[in-house]
Design a protein around this ligand. Structure first.
Ligand code: SF4
Ligand code: FES
Length: 248
């Protein structure tokens, strides 16, 4: 495949940044999107130019490190992570525009790499349990209704990639936060901090500069794990109950 690229290049946080054109005349349709960027970088290095900085780690869709905006869509045209996207999703001769996540709480570090430590601080504020687990308990020592376990597992699929924020016109992180609150709130071990969790995480979310949810749904559409909007309803319900001291 012959591919034309327009890539956001930014030397550092203080640099203004600019779009730069590149041509790749021979890309395999079986290569992944990140392998296509690896190919570009090999050619740039051979020419003595600075390679394009981008994040990745597992390249299996599980760690949440990768993520760029491809032709205006977070993670590109398929509902998957950038690392699991393949070049067969594009056509020979296509132009592909690649940008970093655009959101004030995710400042650009370099090129396509953004600083997502704001997510870490939200987790530090309340995305944990303090139950003393000791050694591995016997299976079923703490009974959990199947429906609750399934919902907790669904919410636990959030990999913290930040696509929801990048896709949201308000740069809201409520889908991410809703996933964490739902994951822990559905399980018995998550109950002791349930009220404090939602209040503290929401306070940190607002402090970081993320916006509020206005029910547009772009977050859920962009989410590579298919996290549904109803985790935000659960977040709002927990927040309301916590505000009333646990009463509905
Ligand atoms: S909710 Fe989805 S899009 Fe948002 S951080 Fe989690 S996995 Fe990524
Ligand atoms: S590199 Fe781990 S999810 Fe993409």
């Amino acid at each position: 495949m012959r591919i034309a690229l327009k890539i956001w290049r930014q030397d550092g946080p203080a640099d203004d940044g600019r779009m730069v054109d590149y041509q790749l005349p021979d890309v395999s349709e079986d290569s992944s999107f990140l392998e296509m960027l690896d190919l570009l970088n090999e050619q740039l290095i051979e020419k003595g130019e600075e390679p394009v900085a981008f994040d990745s780690d597992c390249r299996e869709g599980i760690c949440g490190m990768c993520g760029v905006v491809i032709n205006g869509e977070a993670h590109g045209p398929e509902r998957t992570t950038t690392c699991q996207l393949h070049m067969r999703s594009f056509a020979d001769g296509d132009e592909i525009v690649i940008e970093p996540w655009r959101a004030d709480p995710f400042p650009v570090i370099k090129d396509l790499c953004v600083d997502r430590s704001s997510f870490d601080r939200i987790i530090q504020a309340g995305g944990f349990i303090s139950a003393n687990t000791g050694s591995a308990p016997d299976a079923h020592a703490t009974p959990v209704p199947k429906e609750d376990a399934d919902r907790a597992f669904m919410a636990a699929e959030c990999i913290g990639c930040g696509a929801c924020v990048a896709a949201c016109p308000n740069a809201s992180a409520m889908l991410f936060m809703g996933s964490k609150v739902t994951h822990l709130g559905e399980l018995p071990q998550g109950q002791p901090e349930r009220e404090a969790r939602v209040l503290q995480m929401t306070a940190q979310h607002d402090l970081e500069g993320f916006g509020g949810c206005t029910n547009l749904g772009e977050c859920s559409r962009a989410c590579p794990k298919g996290i549904p909007l109803n985790v935000i309803s659960q977040l709002n319900g927990d927040y309301r109950r916590a505000g009333y001291g646990g009463r509905d």
